[in-house]
Structures are given as structure tokens and as C-alpha cells.
Design a protein around this ligand. Structure first.
Ligand code: DGL
Length: 267
């Protein structure tokens, strides 16, 4: 970690937000990224709006005590929907949120039947139906809260077990004839292949990674095209370290990992 540099602070409850970060890294974003994985509080999808707002604020305070924050990316739909305004009110840097790509889906659907999946906390609020009313006029938007899909990513459920879980969680869509599915949780991007198998390739699956990345880069035009390789991970649950290190060996996102085990230490 280079104390004199300005970092883009990514926040999520776990692995999900890394799908957004991965897209940004591929576009050669010229700023280093500090990803805070709030694994201790996973899943955000079962927390209250009030709790999530206080997690975000604490993470921001922690981050500014360690490095300079250029921008915050809430790489989590649940946290964005629940608490982006509250976070914006207490920070003095730009905050980019993650919003389900219902607008894009409305542009792409052919039969006008769009599915949206998101966490329970996201679905409980009016935000998703407001988005549908605003951006998908003329389409049928079917919103479904899922119970265990983000957990399935964290627990690396796969193969037949994952398909069985999908058939339970997505039973709601059986009679909806959707041709487009919006992923309203950043974890679900890691399920794209399994979802594609589940829908036998007949449903177009859309996440928010491109949209969020475009928004970040529009606020940092000077960043584009510069390769930097010193991103770091802050993981606040040592029990998850081995798994996160394994993912990092695969994706090569982070050059440094810090973990909390009573106190923070570099591994
Ligand atoms: N990745 C988060 C989202 O985009 C939620 C996962 C969780 O429930 O913590 O909504």
C-alpha cells in the first residue's frame, strides 16, 4: 500500500463486488483499488437499512485512517439501495452506487417480460419497482427476492447442487416467460454461467458491471488506459482468508492482502 496514492475504495459484503472491480481493472483504470470485504457482516441482504448505513460509515472512517480515498464505489446493490444517500451525506468524495440494469433490460427485451433478482433487503424497498416504473414502461417487470444465492457464491456451491438451488429460488419465473434477467446483486455475476444453463441459454442475463464501470470512468477521465498493479484487499474476517487468497490466486486482483484478526495485519 502506497500511503501517498489516492485509492478507489470498493465496498461489498464479500466476493460479489469483485465482479464490478474486475471489469474496472480490465479497462485499465489508472488508480489503485482498495477493496473492503465486509465479510463479518455478510449477508447485507438480511440486514436493516440502518445497520447497512452504519457499516458503510465505519468502513469509510477506517479507510480514511489508512489511505487517501479518491472515490467510493459501493459495489453492492443492497448497500447502494439502502444507504447511498446516507453515506453521501457524510463523505466529501464522489460515491458511485450499483443499480440493477433495469433500463438496459427494457431496451433489450424482445417480448417485454423482464425478471429481476435481488436480495431480500433490496426487494423490501420500493427502489426496484420505482426503477421499473420509470425505465421499463410498457414491459412487465417481475421482481423476485432470493434467499440463498449470494451465500451460494460465498460457499462456492456448484454443479447439480447449484442447479437444484436455482430451481427452488427461481421457481417464481416458471410461468413468466421472461427473455431477460437482471442481476440485482453483484454476487450473482459469478453465477452467470449456471444461470445460463438453468435457462438453457434462452434468457439474456444482464448485470451492472459495465454500467458501474462506465460511471466510474466518466468521473475519472484521466484514469483510463493506465495499468496499475497494486490493488489491495481488506478482509475483516480471518476465517475467510484462505478462500479469498485462493480466489486471488485465480484472478490476480490484489497485490496485497490485509486481514483483521483482532487487529489488522498484512498477510
Ligand atoms: N453483493 C450484495 C448486493 O449486490 C449483496 C450480498 C449480501 O447479501 O451481502 O446486493
Amino acid at each position: 500500500m502506497n500511503i501517498t496514492d489516492e485509492y478507489i475504495l470498493f465496498i461489498d459484503s464479500g466476493l460479489g463486488g469483485m465482479s464490478v472491480m474486475d471489469t474496472l481493472i480490465q479497462r485499465k483504470c489508472g488508480y489503485p483499488i482498495a477493496f473492503y470485504a465486509d465479510a463479518k457482516h455478510f449477508p447485507y441482504g438480511e440486514k436493516s437499512v440502518y445497520e447497512i448505513a452504519s457499516f458503510l460509515e465505519d468502513i469509510y472512517k477506517f479507510a480514511i485512517s489508512k489511505f487517501t480515498v479518491k472515490m467510493i464505489v459501493i459495489a453492492c446493490n443492497t448497500a447502494s439501495i439502502s444507504a447511498i444517500d446516507k453515506l453521501r451525506a457524510v463523505v466529501d468524495v464522489p460515491v458511485v452506487g450499483t443499480v440493477p440494469a433495469i433500463k438496459t433490460a427494457a431496451e433489450l427485451t424482445k417480448n417485454g417480460n423482464i425478471g429481476v433478482i435481488a436480495t431480500k433487503t433490496s426487494v423490501k424497498q420500493n427502489y426496484l419497482s420505482d426503477l421499473a416504473n420509470k425505465f421499463a414502461v410498457g414491459s412487465n417487470v417481475y421482481i423476485c427476492g432470493t434467499e440463498n444465492l449470494a451465500t451460494a457464491v460465498e460457499e462456492e456451491v456448484n454443479g447439480a447442487d447449484l442447479q437444484e438451488l436455482l430451481s427452488k429460488e427461481l421457481a417464481f419465473f416458471a410461468d413468466k416467460n421472461i427473455d431477460t434477467l437482471v442481476l440485482g446483486c453483484t454476487h450473482y455475476t459469478f453465477l452467470k454461467d449456471a444461470l445460463n444453463d438453468f435457462f438453457q441459454g434462452k434468457v439474456r442475463i444482464i448485470d451492472s458491471c459495465d454500467g458501474v464501470t462506465r460511471r466510474i470512468l466518466s468521473l475519472l477521465p484521466e484514469a483510463l488506459g493506465n495499468s496499475l498493479n497494486y490493488n489491495c484487499l481488506f478482509l475483516n474476517d480471518i476465517k475467510r482468508l484462505e478462500q479469498y487468497e485462493r480466489w486471488n490466486q485465480n484472478y490476480k486482483w490484489f497485490q496485497e492482502i490485509f486481514v483483521e484478526d483482532g487487529t489488522w495485519k498484512k498477510v
